[in-house]
Ligand binder design. Sequence first.
Ligand SMILES: *Cc1c(COP(=O)(O)O)cnc(C)c1O
Length: 468
Amino acid sequence: MSFIHSRNRIRGKLIDDIYAPNDLNLKVPKYKFPESEHEPRHVYQIVHDELMLDGNARQNLATFCQTWVDPEIHQLMNECIDKNMIDKDEYPQTAELESRCVHMLADLWNSPEKTDTLGCSTTGSSEAAMLGGIALKWKWRAKMKELNKPPDKPNLICGPVQICWHKFARYWDVELREIPMEKDRLIMDPEEVIKRCDQNTIGVVPTLGVTYTCQYEPVQEICLALDQLKAKKGLDIPVHVDAASGGFLAPFCDPGMEWDFRLDRVKSINASGHKFGLSPLGVGWIIWRDKQELPEDLIFWVNYLGGNMPTFALNFSRPGGQIIAQYYNFLRLGKEGYRKIHQACYHTAQYLGDKLSQIGPFTVIYNGRGGIPGLLWTLKDPKNSNFSLYDLSEKLRSRGWQVPAYSMPAHREDLVVMRALIRHGVSRDLADLLLSDITRSLEYFKQNPVQSPLQEKDAACFNHAPKV
Ligand SMILES: *Cc1c(COP(=O)(O)O)cnc(C)c1O
């Protein structure tokens, strides 16, 4: 009899509906470490279901990061789940593919033949920015030593930057000279850069695709102004380009624009593979123009992995799949494929921008021309509007769209904007659906004026802007 019993128990386990009495019928521990084990199938369902409450990534127009990838990338990521990119001796082909990506990027960013380009993958542009910033600081320190001057007050000049540069400045004790916005000038210009340069300036960081506005900062004009500064005053200040987005856009869609290693003054460039590089989350890149730009004492040589391997990174263990996926994308798409995908996004962003400027109360500040495929708009008359952009953002959220509303940084805190990024997978049809939800929301606010429009402090704010 006991035989039949146990057979029935097993049978029950195998054919029970997953939501019928079992683990899923009880509360699972949430903040205390669980005492006992549970069925994988049940736990999977619990975790899977809880994640339904996250926003739908495809409708998240706040993020610059990729939310759609080829099925082949899913497959490669799965196959690479056990590969640690730091174990270059154990996984030499993964290391080889990383090295090929570095060479391809150096080529894409027009590294001159004669230079000894150097680079590596990172977890994203933030880590790449740290590495680029440290290299600038070390180079500057060595220069000060040669001049017999105290290397104790380094500064870095930038426009309105992504938070990673605030982190760099704070973590590595560098003064950030961030050029504030002024009236309609929402990005850096050469004049403002030059005003702030002195012998303690470790570098200037223009952004190719400013987080707040999507616009490109004028890298070439800034380099030119720095060349003149050198001729006049002898100050020789290097440039690092934060091309988190633009590094994977400009080479394909705006190849004539000079922002990269074609300009002698550009010493290093970072970009996010997981943004317009079209790879899954967790990969960025930094490339130095020449070996001399990366001080040797920043490179660690490790022998305990087998072989004697150079590393320059903040992390040690890190997944290799994203790098493999990046290589896949380079091969799969080539310049032609990247251009086609991004061009389609630009057209959709421009289409939306043009439509938004027609349908009513908005002024479109950026319409997808001269920067990242995305758009930025504000209310024509916020004081006399019966809703705020924060209200609109919340209203759109009820349909699953995540479109951030936020105020600009210094000195344009008065300007509240809404931004939508158009990425791989945001089709024209999806854009039209968003547009009709915006129109519907406006109609709703007309019928139901908001008594006290939401302000930034009360809004569920999901912009990436540092408030410092
Ligand atoms: C996204 C972004 C970063 C940070 O990049 P991550 O890849 O998210 O670490 C830095 N700078 C700019 C301009 C960005 O757009």
